[in-house]
Design a protein around this ligand. Structure first.
Ligand SMILES: *Cc1c(COP(=O)(O)O)cnc(C)c1O
Length: 232
């Protein structure tokens, strides 16, 4: 089996190739290693290979790994999972970025609970592009109002948008979904916001996301291998 450092190199090369094809600077696309369900040792291997940004979905699991990896400098933690109200304080205290904000109440709590000693929490709003009932995210219709509200909050910085489109195998179909998220950001910026982040693209569709302007891709499987099925 390929080792984590080799897989990480492959993913980095895919991002670079996709950026170059799109005439973009590869340095404008940050790779977030999605490490949910992986043991701290796997993250440390990725760290040794140069990876610094990690994305986690489950709070307690993330806190345990942060404690286990406290000896490693310069780690940047991104929270990318669903957020319950009773988890906002720990998220505000222990992460640099949150990609999965889809309600004003959650954003307000994150802002209120962000420690004054820390820089503002960097926020992306999660958009449910296809109004899939089973999925988290604000609708495109309600996005402008939420964006305006979050933009006013003092201890968070609204940076951009995140989405997980319905899975598609065709490259052009994948692109079309990501284009809608890019257009949503452009339309918010045309109304006076200054968003600069598109968090989109995973193992199966990162090339299409980079082609449409992704500035952060979130990749798990193709760095760490297949995940165990979720616990019942
Ligand atoms: C699990 C997850 C990913 C990574 O998905 P892979 O297909 O393993 O690359 C990215 N984003 C979010 C929000 C996730 O939950």
């Amino acid at each position: 089996m390929q080792k984590i450092d080799e897989k990480l190199n492959n993913v980095t090369a895919r991002v670079r190739t996709a950026a170059e094809k799109a005439g973009r600077d590869p340095a404008q696309v940050a790779l977030i290693a999605v490490s949910k369900t992986r043991p701290a040792e796997a993250l440390e291997q990725a760290y040794r290979a140069g990876q610094r940004r990690f994305g986690e979905n489950y709070l307690q699991e993330a806190l345990d790994k942060q404690a286990a990896l406290a000896h490693l400098p310069d780690l940047e933690w991104h929270f990318i999972g669903p957020i319950q109200s009773n988890k906002t304080r720990a998220i505000a205290e222990h992460f640099a970025w949150v990609h999965s904000v889809d309600r004003e109440k959650i954003a307000r709590r994150l802002s209120d609970q962000r420690p004054a000693s820390e820089p503002p929490l960097q926020i992306c709003l999660q958009v449910n592009l296809d109004d899939e009932p089973s999925k988290a995210g604000i609708s495109l219709e309600q996005l402008p109002e939420l964006a305006r509200a979050v933009n006013e909050m003092p201890a968070v910085t609204l940076r951009g948008l995140m989405a997980i489109p319905a899975p598609q195998t065709d490259f052009n179909d994948q692109r079309a979904s990501f284009a809608r998220l890019r257009e949503a950001m452009e339309s918010l910026n045309a109304r006076g916001l200054t968003l600069d982040t598109l968090s989109m693209g995973m193992s199966a569709d990162l090339e299409a996301a980079v082609a449409e302007g992704a500035t952060q891709v979130r990749v798990g499987t193709d760095i760490f291998g297949p995940r165990e099925p979720a616990q019942p």
